[in-house]
Structures are given as structure tokens and as C-alpha cells.
Design a protein around this ligand. Structure first.
Ligand SMILES: Cc1cc2nc3c(=O)[nH]c(=O)nc-3n(C[C@H](O)[C@H](O)[C@H](O)COP(=O)(O)OP(=O)(O)OC[C@H]3O[C@@H](n4cnc5c(N)ncnc54)[C@H](O)[C@@H]3O)c2cc1C
Length: 427
């Protein structure tokens, strides 16, 4: 059976592995650390704003399985907070084992603590990858889902040094990009103020370190908005440095927004611990991710690759990319969308079939094409793209692509003849 090798087990890699397996390939998923989901282990917000439409489109296209898992471990559904409608918050402590068992039960060969550090390339094709232990694993098609966070040298150069984030580079070795190992030139996001990359936009606090009354509200409502003391108000700089521009709103300048994702999600890139502890209810607050969240956050979007709308990497014939690797695309849903298409097309490629591009009448198709075009014309290097905010969310609404009407989504997918396409066997 033809073999697809997926490198990187974040949301993008998991979705790619799932889609390639659904389409009938043998799939090996290699992940550097001892857990799947990468930055998805410290996120949790899904189905907010246009992500709802994208999620329902995926379901209609036959790739709803991973979203179904996030729904199953949701702590809160249909909540609203500044700039966000109908969000679901999944429990970041419960999702990983569920995804892991689901992938293994589907027959995906999962290899954790397997950091790819070399590739064998012949012509424009990768033939095999080599892990840290020196094992060579041959494959027929490959997916680069290695993300863009770190490694520590980047966090030192463009951020605040290693802040000990969920990537755990000192323990497992830094991120290494499959495409870069194969000689593809990567590009980085640009900051309007100068410099490269973007700071991750949120932290986690230990729930037990908050005042009990705050925990009670959080667990009931899912969200708490705490006004900042006057001397901490009005500091905008940090908001414009973040990866998630959807949170660069006035509400986030003068308030601290907390969400219940299991641990408490703090919607700011970082805040000195002494400042944090001046806020009522947070007198004993402790960071859980990154451990040095009082100093800074991880730096991302320094390692993206040019790609087609089919998710194929431009410079390589048998390599596809997904998630943050595929452009300044922020979010779990965005990673699942691009991962699914990459995994599916890897199998179409192996079967000698025409690769699939998603139509522009669907939000997922328009998103993939629009973000690529924006990057190619240069403007996209200063932006990030997400269904949930900023430039793409505005576009989605303007073009009438946003809907929370389930039947409307199914009708649109049916009209383009793609109902259940990702669930069909190709091999
Ligand atoms: C703190 C934080 C909070 C966030 N919160 C949210 C949120 O609430 N909602 C939301 O939608 N988005 C959120 N995001 C963004 C979202 O997590 C990401 O955009 C998305 O999940 C990226 O997925 P990915 O698979 O492309 O990359 P990653 O999650 O970075 O995964 C890449 C994986 O590749 C592995 N890897 C790297 N190199 C190698 C190698 N050589 N060999 C093997 N494996 C390798 C890494 O270990 C990692 O597991 C958040 C991001 C951060 C950092």
C-alpha cells in the first residue's frame, strides 16, 4: 500500500494523517515530542465567528471527526466575549488522549519522540526521512506539518528568549522543518514596526492560583472580564505584536479576559507577574504556559513555505504542507482545514488523480486561495489569516460566506458536488 509520511503531530498533522488514512493510504505520523497537538495543547477556542462556518463545511465535506472530538470535550459552548460570537472552549487537558486513541484505532502508525532531522531527496521528490535516532523511513508522499514556533534561537533573536512553552524544545530538540531540510527556501512574517515573526497571543494560568470566586464564575460562564488597574491600562504595543490580530481590540487594552479551557486562558501575550498580581482575584496567580509568561511568549511564523491551493509545496512534487507551515494561518480550525486537504491530496497524488482545490464559494476554499494570494503579493506577510478575526473574518462577512445555518452549508457543499468527498476511499 502506498505510504504517506506526516511530519509534525499538531492539529494540522493529525488532520492530514486522518484524511490520508480515510482516503486509503498507509500513514505514519512522526511527532517530535511525547504528545500530539502541538500548540493545540494550550489553545482551546474553536467555532468562534467564521470558524463555525468552516467547521460545518468540513463536516459536510466528510472530515468532521476531529471537530467532533473537540465538541465532545467542550467545557463551554456558544459563549460570547469581546470580538467573539458563539465560541466553544474545548478542554485542553482532555483532548490529546482522545485524538491519540482515535488516530491509532483508525490504523495510523503513530511515532512519538521521533524528531525528523534529515531527508533523502532525489530530483524534486523526497524519498525518505531520518529520525534523531538515525532510522530511515521511506515514503511515497510527505506532509510538512512542523509548524512555525521556535526553536529557541528564534525566540532569543525575535522575542524574549526561551520562555519554556509547550513546545519544550530544550527537552525534545527544536522544531525542524521537513521542507527546509529538503532545501526549500522558507519565508517569515514581517512586523510593521520592523523585525520578523509574531508573538503567541495568550498564556495559561493555573486555575488553583486564582481566587475561588473567580474560578466559580469562570466554570459557570466560561469567561470573565477583569478591568485593569488604571496604571496598567492603555498599553497597546503588545497587542500589535501578537499572532492573533483578532484580539487586537480596545477591550483587550483595558481589560484582562480570562477563559475556562481547563487551565485558565489569559488573553494577552504576556504580563509581568507583579502586574498580574495587582488585579483583584489574581493576587496569587501562577503561569502554567509558558512557564515564563511574566517575561514573554514564544515567537511563531518564521518558517512558512510557498504552496499551491492544493497544499502542494511549490518546489517539491510529492510534498504537501499544512497549518502554520502553509502561511500565516492562525488557529486550530485553520490547521484542520489545510491538514485535511493536504492529507487527501497526498493520496490523490499517489493514485495519479487530479489534485483537489476547494471552490471559492466555500469559506474554506476562499480562505486557502485568498491567504496564498495575499502572501504572494507581499501584503500578506504583514497579516495573519483566520476565520475568526481581522482581515479574513471581515472578508468572509462581506462576501456572504459566513453562516451558522447548517442546512445552508450542506446545500452549498452539495451544489459543488463535494458532499463527503474527504470520507471517500481513493486507493
Ligand atoms: C499559546 C497559544 C494559544 C493558542 N490558542 C488558540 C486558540 O485558542 N484557538 C485557535 O484556534 N488557535 C489557537 N492558537 C493557534 C493554533 O494553536 C495554531 O495556529 C495551530 O494549532 C497550529 O497547528 P500546526 O499543526 O500547524 O502547528 P503546531 O501546533 O506548531 O504543531 C507542529 C508540530 O510539529 C512538531 N514538529 C516540529 N518539528 C518536527 C520534526 N522535525 N519532527 C517531528 N515533529 C516535529 C511539533 O512538535 C508540533 O507538535 C494558539 C497558539 C498558541 C501558541
Amino acid at each position: 500500500m502506498p505510504r504517506v509520511i506526516v511530519v509534525g503531530g499538531g492539529w494540522a498533522g493529525c488532520a492530514a494523517a486522518w484524511a490520508a488514512r480515510q482516503a486509503g493510504a498507509e500513514v505514519i505520523l512522526l511527532e517530535r515530542t511525547d504528545m500530539l497537538l502541538g500548540t493545540g495543547l494550550v489553545g482551546g477556542i474553536i467555532r468562534n465567528n467564521g470558524r463555525y462556518t468552516a467547521a460545518e463545511e468540513l463536516v459536510a465535506l466528510g472530515a468532521g471527526r476531529l471537530l467532533e472530538l473537540t465538541d465532545r470535550v467542550a467545557r463551554h459552548k456558544n459563549i460570547d466575549f469581546a470580538g467573539h460570537r458563539h465560541a466553544t472552549l474545548y478542554d485542553v487537558t482532555r483532548i490529546e488522549p482522545l485524538v491519540r486513541i482515535t488516530l491509532v484505532n483508525a490504523g495510523i502508525k503513530l511515532r512519538l519522540k521521533s524528531r525528523v532531522r534529515k531527508v533523502r531527496v532525489i530530483g524534486e521528490r523526497i524519498k525518505a526521512v531520518e529520525t534523531e535516532e538515525g532510522e530511515e523511513i521511506p515514503g511515497d508522499a510527505f506532509i510538512d506539518a512542523t509548524g512555525t514556533a521556535g526553536p529557541p534561537a528564534n525566540c532569543r533573536r525575535y522575542g524574549f528568549g526561551c520562555v519554556m512553552c509547550i513546545y519544550r524544545c530544550p527537552t525534545f530538540g527544536g522544531r525542524l522543518s521537513l521542507c527546509a531540510l529538503a532545501g526549500v527556501e522558507e519565508y517569515a512574517a514581517l512586523r510593521r514596526s520592523g523585525g520578523l515573526g509574531a508573538l503567541s497571543g495568550s498564556c495559561k494560568l493555573k486555575k488553583a492560583s486564582l481566587a475561588p470566586y473567580l474560578v466559580q464564575i469562570l466554570e459557570k460562564e466560561g469567561v470573565v472580564c477583569l478591568p485593569l488597574p488604571s496604571h496598567l491600562k492603555g498599553k497597546k504595543e503588545h497587542l500589535y505584536r501578537k499572532a492573533c490580530q483578532q484580539y487586537a481590540l480596545e477591550e483587550y487594552v483595558d481589560n484582562l479576559i480570562l477563559l475556562d479551557t481547563g487551565p485558565v486562558k489569559l488573553m494577552t501575550p504576556f504580563l509581568p507577574l507583579d502586574d498580574l498580581r495587582q488585579i483583584r482575584g489574581l493576587e496569587n496567580a501562577c503561569y502554567e504556559d509558558p512557564y515564563a509568561g511574566g517575561i514573554g511568549n514564544s515567537v511563531r511564523f518564521l518558517a512558512m513555505v510557498p504552496r499551491e491551493d492544493t497544499m502542494r509545496v511549490k518546489a517539491l512534487e510529492n510534498v504537501f504542507c499544512a497549518g502554520e507551515k502553509a502561511g500565516p494561518l492562525v488557529g486550530h480550525t485553520e490547521a484542520i482545514v489545510t491538514g485535511t486537504l493536504a492529507g487527501h491530496n497526498a493520496v490523490r497524488f499517489l493514485a495519479g488523480q487530479e489534485l483537489l482545490s476547494l471552490p471559492l464559494s466555500l469559506a474554506v476554499g476562499d480562505f486557502i486561495t485568498f491567504s496564498r494570494e495575499q502572501v504572494e503579493c507581499g501584503e500578506g506577510l504583514y497579516r495573519s489569516f483566520t476565520f475568526s478575526g481581522s482581515v479574513y473574518w471581515e472578508r468572509m462577512q462581506r462576501l456572504g460566506l459566513y453562516t451558522i445555518d447548517f442546512w445552508n452549508v450542506w446545500k452549498k457543499v452539495e451544489e459543488v458536488g463535494l458532499l463527503g468527498v474527504f470520507a471517500q476511499k481513493i486507493l
